[in-house]
Design a protein around this ligand. Structure first.
Ligand code: FAD
Ligand code: EPU
Length: 338
């Protein structure tokens, strides 16, 4: 286990920001985590766990220890009549897990195709897309307690999953390293094609009996059409969460904005697409220093030209202020700002 000093994080954040960590360590086993927490550097420094940095915005160098959990492996650990239980290491690329499961015809995570990042980070915000969230197929996870030492298992219901939310963003923030995640995947997949344009794109494939591979292909196609590829343009996906507001507020707003879209939520709440609010305020393409609002998907902020983290934060605050003034809605950031 080597601990590096003044380590560049430029390749470990998808905004591509040129920042460093005072210390950096990559861990490939639970034993190494146990060893790390006894070290002076861990005990004396702040720490940040990182996967691929596809949901983190650094506004400065990190003055502490950055820990990358690199446990690998994808295995079927159990099966019953209807399901395969697949365990994947925290360091596995999410898309590699999705592709292995789609290829094997294990159903459940195909709608989450092409989401960047690692398996270990996926439960943190309960990743979601195209009508499916991680919580729909996650059985349990294994984590290591950084405060008290020792492994702990969390069942799905113990993770308090919500929309882009979990216990690991709240009470247990930065207290556990997720080491492995177990998914319960269906032996007889049912296709989930209700959301957005999936069915429309699927129809263009002209397949008589579409499979989860076809659904995955359709989603990859839709995503590639509107989301910028972080390898080409620095970004972290949606910068803000879609706001969930009481139905009455929507009704009041509809008097001035009759075309405001919304999606029903439980208990008389509605989700309003933040992209629509930002678009309505004409932010598409707007720049601040090197930071910009993406022209096709205004919920995505991009590092257009050598922006630094503070430029991106500044642009995000301009958006938040305008949306607050115009609609009385506070946009919460989805991206973790450090
Ligand atoms: P990081 O960004 O490195 O970390 C994210 C958080 O997880 C941090 O708080 C970090 O401390 C913590 N963390 C990381 N690994 C561990 C671990 N092993 N144990 C404990 N804590 C850990 N998200 C969606 O939900 N849906 C989408 O459709 C989607 N689309 C995206 C599209 C693009 C182009 C991009 C760039 C991002 C998108 N995202 C989306 C966001 C991102 O892909 C997810 O949040 C992803 O899970 C982050 O993984 P990561 O490994 O990069 O985590
Ligand atoms: N819209 C506009 N103008 C635009 C683009 C979109 O008005 O230029 C409006 C339209 O009404 C559209 C709506 O916004 O119907 C929703 O847009 P889209 O389908 O692109 O989805 P989103 O709400 O912007 C969310 C997630 C994405 C996820 C997609 C697909 C959040 C914060 N974002 O985006 O997740 O991939 O749905 O399910 O929930 C991420 O979290 O990083 C992420 C990319």
């Amino acid at each position: 286990m080597d601990i590096f000093n003044d380590y560049s994080l430029q390749k470990l954040n998808t905004f591509g920001l040129n920042v460093t960590a005072k210390h950096f360590v990559e861990l490939s086993s639970v034993e190494q985590i146990a060893e790390l927490i006894k070290s002076n550097v861990f005990q004396n420094e702040d720490h940040l766990i990182i996967g691929d940095g596809s949901n983190i915005l650094f506004t400065k160098d990190f003055n502490g220890l950055v820990i990358k959990a690199n446990i690998t492996g994808i295995h079927v650990v159990k099966e019953d009549k209807n399901s395969f239980f697949v365990k994947a290491g925290a360091g596995v690329e999410w898309q590699d897990l999705v592709m292995s499961c789609v290829k094997a015809n294990f159903g459940g995570i195909e709608n989450l195709s092409l989401i960047p990042g690692t398996v270990g980070a996926a439960p943190i915000q309960n990743i979601g897309a195209y009508g499916v969230e991680l919580k729909n197929s996650m059985e349990a996870l294994e984590a290591y307690d950084l405060q008290n030492g020792g492994k702990r298992y969390f069942l799905n219901r113990e993770c308090n999953f919500g929309y882009r939310d979990s216990i690991f963003k709240n009470e247990l923030k930065d207290k556990f390293i997720i080491t492995n995640v177990v998914f319960r995947l269906s032996k007889i997949p049912t296709l989930n094609t209700e959301y957005g344009k999936i069915q429309e794109v699927l129809n263009t494939f002209e397949k008589k009996d579409p499979t989860i591979q076809d659904v995955s292909n359709a989603i990859v196609k839709i995503r590639q059409e509107k989301l910028p590829d972080p390898k080409k343009i620095g970004n972290a996906g949606s910068f803000f969460k879609n706001p969930i507001v009481p139905y009455e507020l929507l009704n009041a707003l509809k008097k001035s904005f009759p075309d405001m879209p919304s999606f029903d939520q439980p208990e008389n709440y509605v989700k309003i697409p933040a992209a629509w609010l930002i678009d309505k305020c004409n932010f598409k393409g707007m720049t601040y220093n090197g930071a910009a609002v993406h022209s096709d998907q205004p919920l995505v902020l991009i590092n257009k030209e050598n922006a630094n983290g503070q430029d991106i934060v500044h642009l995000s605050q301009l958006i938040q202020q305008k949306i607050k003034n115009e609609f009385g809605i506070l946009l919460e950031t989805e991206v973790r700002i450090i």
